[in-house]
Ligand binder design. Sequence first.
Ligand code: PRP
Ligand code: URA
Length: 218
Amino acid sequence: MYGAAMPHPEHPNLQVLEHPLIQDKLARIREIDTEPGFFRKLVGEVAGLMVFQISRDLPTRSVSVATPLEETQAQRLATPVTIVPILRAGIGMADGVSLLMPEARVGHIGLYRDEDSLDPVSYYCKLPEDIGHGPVFLVDPMLATGGSAVAAVEELRAHGCEDIRLVCLVAAPEGVMAVHAADPEVLVFTAALDRTLNDIGYILPGLGDAGDRMFGTR
Ligand code: PRP
Ligand code: URA
């Protein structure tokens, strides 16, 4: 664990980040009347707050810096970090995280769910060549059946990634268990563990279709 929260009692691969600022913003993200611009802003802010909490174990190295007054030793991140949004909705989270870590690389994995089968369909993948060096923050607001996350994790493993941290806003138990069954080493961080999925694979109570709400497409 990365010192953010205790593992969930029923899901050893899950940590629910219950910080009041995260919960306050999540409440407004869920609200049906929140407009796309504000929705995107809040999603970015929550993602930043979450990654701030789960990056506290990242290694640092001592460097010499010149302040306006004298030379001193300071700490810089000692490892490359990669943010990987699952398109589309992960983009809003990646934007918030990269504000905190402007030096982080951003890879992209394009997946959408087939509306009938709910299986993930892959349409894009562009990752840094050396993505296996350093942690990967895989970001997607919704973990529903888990199909998209499992497919993204498989892609990252195929590219040599070892330290994969899946960060979502709202998770269904079904998705958390699917990720655990596919790859028990992947830790899942969420702002909320919701009740279940409905009969068309949407999270209840959830927040609706994250991509459509973020980009105003429906
Ligand atoms: C949403 C969401 C996840 C996926 C979760 O994307 O952003 O990627 O569904 O569902 P799952 O856990 O059942 O796979 P969607 O397929 O709607 O694509 P979009 O972001 O392009 O709208
Ligand atoms: N994808 C979404 O955007 N929302 C859900 O509730 C489930 C999958």
